[in-house]
Ligand binder design. Structure first.
Ligand code: CA
Ligand code: CA
Length: 476
């Protein structure tokens, strides 16, 4: 049995009464046409330097919004049930919770309404956690002696976690759960279906239901994302921007050696900073799993990456030496080969079963399940590569140079660069947007360039920086 369940197949198998449109699944999001494999090109459109001023790129989670009235009908006789007629649905995603809402034409109390209490009524938010257009998990809201909500894994039926429920006649139904229940994704898509047992007058035990879907036409809404990013200074200060990026602290006294890299906890509720000696500073829900702080390193640490679980991390040195802690596994390193140029950054694959290392000349080294999609290793670069990020699929990556030139490979698309703009301060790092349809660059003075659907949410500003350069950016 396949563990990948397209939405149409799921509806067909489970909801035999559904009169689905039968249309092939269409991808709800925009399609990218501007891919460039070598894209050291001038900025196009949305890339605006945010050193001092703010400008108007705003990315928003794409919600279902409203659904038509009167389309919750039984297949047998066309009877419409207002208690099952979806009128709106949305999901809020914050660093701590995923909260789904739905409202019907008439919000019938699940604790007392006959269709809820005695029937086969079920409200379900179908969640595609990795944006591959296949349903992964389902948030079910139903009555089983009491009003209940839970998240189940579609492929196995396994119950992943419970969800807290609420109901109000005006607002409708809501259910909330911890994002770690579905693997703490950075973004996801969803659809909503309401099955209402509308046949009580004829047979209380009947499973004759009306069905309403939103969006209609077998589409998904999304991506649903959190909003915000963090910056990290060489002195270990942290800076947070955007509604869902909360302050989890930072170093308040200067470390012995400079901070050179950072990684966010997958939950978005913490982060690690790493210094050149491999000393680790953990904040929020990020835990300490070990460091090279007490051993002699041939070369300084230059970057780090978290595992998908957040229960481990890798540190990488400028000679490509890899140090794995917690549930991070060692898959190989360049520590024993001679590099023309130093390693400057790394990124892990979505599975956590591999990683890429990037050198300052754009040479790429892929280990484990990380695939090589191209490099600038054979080209002459005007400025060195300083950072990289992988796409959500793990089937592509970007490099950024200190002049803001961007190089996109695999399924990574080009959304703009600062390659043709004179920068006051060099770019020092990059982060991809949760959907992978955009990215941020950060300069050593904290200036931000945002492209695609990566939204601008602020910069540290000259006063906050205390003349300590920014060394890394991390995005929710
Ligand atoms: Ca409807
Ligand atoms: Ca509908």
């Amino acid at each position: 049995m396949s563990s990948r369940v397209p939405r149409a197949a799921y509806l067909g198998a489970v909801v035999a009464l559904a009169v689905a449109s039968g249309a092939p699944r269409a991808f709800a999001g925009p399609t990218s046409t501007d891919r460039a494999t070598h894209a050291n090109l001038p900025a196009v459109g949305s890339g605006v330097y945010h050193g001092a001023r703010k400008a108007g790129v705003t990315a928003a989670s794409v919600q279902i919004g409203t659904d038509p009235a009167g389309d919750a009908t039984r297949s047998l006789d066309g009877v419409n049930a207002s208690c099952g007629d979806l009128r709106s649905s949305s999901i809020d995603f914050s660093a701590g919770a995923i909260t789904a809402h739905a409202s019907m034409a008439t919000n019938c109390d699940p604790a007392t309404d006959g269709g809820w209490v005695h029937g086969a009524t079920q409200l379900v938010w179908l969640i595609d956690t990795n944006n591959d257009q296949f349903i992964d998990d389902a948030l079910r809201y139903y009555t089983d002696g009491r009003v209940t909500a839970e998240v189940v894994k579609i492929s196995t039926g396994e119950r992943l976690c419970s969800a807290a429920t609420s109901f109000a006649p005006d607002a409708g139904y809501a259910a909330s759960f911890d994002p770690s229940c579905i693997g703490a994704p950075r973004s996801f898509r969803y659809a909503t279906e309401m099955r209402y047992d509308s046949d009580l007058a004829h047979s209380p035990s009947s499973d004759v239901v009306t069905l309403d879907l939103a969006p209609d036409d077998n589409l998904y809404a999304g991506p649903i994302t959190r909003r915000g990013y963090f910056m990290f200074g060489q002195d270990g200060h942290s800076y947070h921007f955007g509604a869902d990026a909360k302050d989890h602290g930072g170093l308040t006294t200067r470390p012995n050696l400079p901070v050179v890299g950072a990684a966010l906890s997958p939950s978005g509720s913490g982060y690690w900073e790493v210094a050149t000696d491999g000393g680790i500073f953990a904040f929020g829900d990020a835990s300490f799993f070990g460091s090279t702080g007490a051993i002699h390193l041939n070369r300084p640490i230059v970057g780090m990456a978290s595992t998908p679980s957040g229960k481990g991390y890798w540190l990488v040195a400028s000679d490509g030496g890899i140090f794995a802690y917690g549930d991070a596994v060692f898959y190989g390193s360049t520590g024993a080969i001679h590099l023309n140029r130093p390693i400057v950054g790394m990124a892990s694959t979505p599975s956590g079963k591999g990683y890429w290392l990037v050198a300052s000349d754009g040479g790429i080294f892929a280990y484990g399940d990380a695939v090589f999609y191209g490099s600038t290793g054979a080209m002459h670069l005007n400025q060195p590569i300083v950072g990289m990020a992988s796409t959500p699929s793990g089937k592509g990556y970007w490099f950024v140079a200190s002049d803001g030139g961007i190089f996109a490979y695999g399924d990574a698309a080009f959304y703009g660069s600062t390659g043709a703009i004179h920068l006051n301060k060099p770019i020092v790092g990059m982060a991809s947007s949760p959907s992978g349809k955009g990215y941020w660059f950060v300069a050593s003075d904290g200036g931000v360039f945002n492209y695609g659907d990566a939204a601008f949410d602020g910069t540290p500003g000259a006063i906050m920086l205390f003349s300590q350069p920014i060394v890394a950016i991390g995005a929710l």
